[in-house]
Design a binder for this molecule. Structure first.
Ligand code: SF4
Ligand code: SF4
Length: 411
């Protein structure tokens, strides 16, 4: 793709990156075939190729409008287009840079701006999430059914620092030779604390102690809603919290939610202009592993057949964002589960961070399509690897949904 950017823009890091990405695009449109929003609306501007043109136009100073921003807002950042593109166009980086610059050039409607700020402010703090869920449970009978279904049931809390009592002294954390670090997760620590507990329990069986860092938010929500300054503040604080431990005592930062692991792996890129943090951010990104990347280290207690079928929903942040495919499937089969085939497994479920709150209509259609495909073979359980997908799917099905690591704690 030919570009005609001003020399001043081409001298900036963003300008060079945008130019480099765009030059790989040959306008073939193959990416449209796997784009969930293009599939739903059929509008070229709701597909990756159209969005690439919108971003190119903006940087060539053809201006941008709220209409262009709407098409970019509708992008799930699922990165299915990146997986499909035969020319290796790095759409994820392009839309991140495009959104960053376009956001400051447009005027969002006040209500939209307020909604985005509120989402960041509530969902990046576990205490606020807990208050919101408590209030929502209280008023559940008065809420519209679509919203009521999204409220998670109250779950008694467990934390890695307090493993279940059935674990004997020989499995206790103090005897583990290896240590890994994790985060609580802003929503996960409130809606599903049993996931970290399950990860801790399973890793202890493999002589790995999983410690929770005091921080909970990775910064992804603020970043994806283009509050870059807030995202960077969170990242700096996380680096200050994790760097010492990861340099001295803990092998890796192991993250159980793929949305967070995918984002932490971007710290190095996001902080590349912050001299004080560039090296440390890169170090953290390199040490970050999604839980599904250490499955070969996980010892299975029993591989007796469980006589249960599982439909796996691999989150976009896992299969497209981190290109991790197959490791969870192998582990679940090793543990005695039978996996059922899922059609269109590469298509997003519509959760995508705050997408389900901001683009309700498209998100609901994607949820419906995803649940239909997951339930087609009537599995006993649906498994996934990201808290956002888990809660979103839960609102659309009666089939039990679990994080895959929870299935490894079942005997
Ligand atoms: S598939 Fe790749 S090269 Fe083709 S239009 Fe899409 S981004 Fe461009
Ligand atoms: S990231 Fe997903 S929604 Fe966005 S353009 Fe690519 S395929 Fe479409």
């Amino acid at each position: 793709m030919q570009t005609s950017f001003k020399p001043e823009f081409l001298q900036t890091a963003d300008g060079q990156r945008v130019n480099e990405i765009l030059r790989n695009c040959v306008h073939c449109g193959f990416c449209n075939a796997t784009c969930p929003t293009y599939q739903l609306t059929g509008n070229e501007l709701d597909g990756p190729r159209g969005r690439i043109y919108l971003i190119k136009g903006f940087f060539e100073e053809k201006g941008s409008s709220n209409i262009s921003m709407n098409h970019l807002d509708r992008c799930l950042t699922c990165l299915a287009c990146e997986t499909t593109c035969p020319s290796g166009v790095e759409y994820g980086d392009l839309i991140d840079i495009g959104r960053k610059h376009i956001e400051v050039s447009i005027k969002r409607p006040v209500f939209n701006k307020l909604k985005r700020s509120l989402i960041i402010s509530i969902f990046s703090k576990p205490a606020r999430v807990a208050t919101l869920f408590s209030l929502a449970r209280l008023f559940k009978p008065l809420l519209p059914s679509k919203l009521a279904k999204k409220i998670p049931a109250k779950i008694p809390g467990k934390s890695p620092s307090r493993p279940p009592s059935k674990y004997s002294a020989k499995n206790s954390s103090s005897l583990a030779k290896r240590k890994m670090l994790t985060i609580k997760g802003c929503v996960q620590s409130v809606a599903a604390p049993q996931i970290n507990a399950a990860a801790s329990q399973v890793l202890q069986q493999s002589d790995i102690q999983l410690d929770e860092a005091p921080t909970s938010c990775c910064g992804a929500l603020a970043f994806h809603l283009t509050d870059l300054e807030k995202a960077k503040r969170t990242i700096r604080s996380n680096i200050n919290n994790w760097y010492g431990k990861l340099s001295n005592s803990h092998e890796n930062l192991v993250i159980v939610s793929s949305g967070c692991s995918s984002f932490i792996k971007q710290y190095g890129t996001i902080m590349q202009d912050d001299n004080r943090y560039t090296k440390k951010a890169k170090f953290i990104s390199e040490r970050c592993k999604d839980l599904s990347e250490i499955t070969t280290e996980i010892k299975i207690k029993t591989s007796e057949p469980k006589n249960k079928t599982v439909a796996l929903h691999s989150p976009c942040t896992l299969q497209h964002g981190q290109k991790i495919v197959g490791s969870i499937e192998t582990k679940l089969q090793e543990a005695g589960y039978e996996l059922v085939e899922v059609q269109n497994s590469d298509i997003c479920c519509g959760s995508a961070g705050a997408y389900s709150l901001l683009q309700t209509e498209l998100s609901t259609q994607l949820l419906h399509n995803k649940v239909t495909n997951l339930e087609a073979k009537q599995p006993d359980i649906i498994a996934t690897a990201n808290i956002g997908c888990l809660m979103h799917l839960q609102s659309g099905t009666k089939t039990p949904i679990k994080h895959w690591i929870e299935l490894l704690t079942e005997q």
